[in-house]
Design a protein around this ligand. Structure first.
Ligand code: ZN
Length: 221
């Protein structure tokens, strides 16, 4: 039987690495991106461009309610900062991953896709609770029950990898040049400044993580 997977796709480094991983492991792959009023539409533009280049069926779901729940640094122009109270950066959009997974599972149910691939990773991230393995296991079980679909599976190929290892996986998947050139990570939406590790301001936390991982994987250039 043909295996079919949905990749939750932001157009960033991690989800693009997952896309290449999924293309290797499943017969048919589609991508879903979410438009939730994120501060830089560049992400969605890159997501569209990448899926066009790879000739992947791409869906953009609208999830504007994520902007209505309140102010975060990803859905407004608020400066990026760290909260001592929650021990989280204000780029955390509460409940986002649960909503994304639910919408993808709903589409998968109606279109006979049993596999969902997401680039969440609990290793060296900002401590987002909905990126943890325990949450993914729980969400998988919840969605299996919600849909009466015991075969539904959520795959997280990057879960226990750090950014250095994620760069190396990209190399193993022969996707390194593609990922450097086409993926977007920078919180500031910068795409004019080019570095050995790709485009970005080079200073925001997302750029710093991407740059550090690249330099640790391939040396300082
Ligand atoms: Zn940046």
């Amino acid at each position: 039987m043909q295996t079919k997977a949905i990749v939750l796709f932001s157009g960033g480094q991690d989800s693009t690495t997952c896309l290449f991983w999924a293309l290797k492991h499943f017969d048919k792959v589609v991508t879903i991106s979410f438009d939730y009023g994120q501060r830089h539409a560049i992400e969605l533009i890159q997501a569209q461009k990448i899926t066009q280049l790879l000739e992947i069926e791409h869906h953009i779901f609208s999830a504007p309610a994520l902007k209505q729940i309140g102010v975060t640094a990803l859905t407004s122009n608020q400066e990026i900062s760290f909260s001592e109270k929650t021990q989280l950066p204000n780029t955390f959009v509460p409940a986002r991953n649960l909503i994304f997974l639910s919408l993808a599972a709903g589409w998968g149910y109606l279109n006979h896709f049993h596999h969902i691939v997401t680039g969440v990773c609990q290793t060296d991230y900002s401590g987002y609770p909905d990126c943890r393995y325990s949450f993914i296991q729980s969400a998988e079980q919840t969605l299996q029950l919600a849909l009466d679909a015991p075969s539904l599976k959520i795959h997280t190929p990057l879960m226990f990898l750090n950014k250095t290892q994620i760069w190396k996986i990209a190399q193993d998947l022969e996707a390194l040049d593609f990922i450097i050139e086409h993926t977007h990570t920078c919180y500031k939406g910068e795409r004019n400044l080019k570095h050995p590790w790709g485009y970005g301001c080079g200073k925001c936390p997302a750029c710093e993580l991407r740059k550090k991982g690249f330099e640790e994987a391939f040396g300082y250039v």
